[in-house]
Write a protein that binds this ligand. Structure first.
Ligand SMILES: [Mg+2]
Length: 165
């Protein structure tokens, strides 16, 4: 349940071709440390440029974030990507929000990827919902103690599975 299907250095490596070769038709997106550094506003024009070909090729997109609703709504509007549950905090790793997003997309769970930076929220939740978890290297190191602990545990888990992360 903690194992991602893939590890990527950055979200921009997800392209229409990437999705197609894996039979993926939907993409759920974490915000903090995945799309933008934690708590920052990030490079929205760059993200829009990355998302456009995905959107054009018919990939369904949803934000699935544990950020505060105000922050989720901001990125939903800036990126023109719907947020699951109208922008309520997703409550990851519980699978409810992932299941809602998958239902909204009208796709089978295994056709939907989740891209996020945290094993214990993004990967675990996506696996619980039957989706295709992709772990991305976090954009910034979060100084909160509990995040540092989670990062250390993540590295332990990934190393034990033979990933050099
Ligand atoms: Mg994150």
């Amino acid at each position: 349940m903690l194992l991602p299907k893939e590890l990527l250095e950055r979200v921009q490596l997800i392209t229409p071709e990437f999705m197609e070769t894996r039979g993926l038709q939907g993409l759920m997106l974490d915000i903090d440390n995945t799309l933008v550094p934690h708590g920052e506003l990030g490079d929205v024009p760059n993200l829009r440029e990355w998302l456009e070909p995905l959107r054009m090729s018919g990939i369904e997109l949803r934000l699935v974030s544990n950020a505060l609703p105000r922050r989720i709504t901001y990125f939903s509007q800036m990126l023109e990507v719907a947020a699951v549950g109208s922008g309520r905090t997703a409550g990851k790793p519980f699978p409810r929000a992932f299941r809602s997003a998958i239902r909204e997309m009208r796709l089978e769970p295994h056709r939907v990827a989740m891209i996020g930076d945290q094993v214990f929220s993004d990967v675990l939740g996506a696996n619980l919902a039957g989706a295709y978890p992709i772990l991305v290297r976090p954009l910034s190191d979060n100084s909160l103690p509990h995040t540092k602990l989670a990062r250390a545990l993540e590295r332990l888990v990934l190393h034990s599975m033979g990933f050099d992360w």
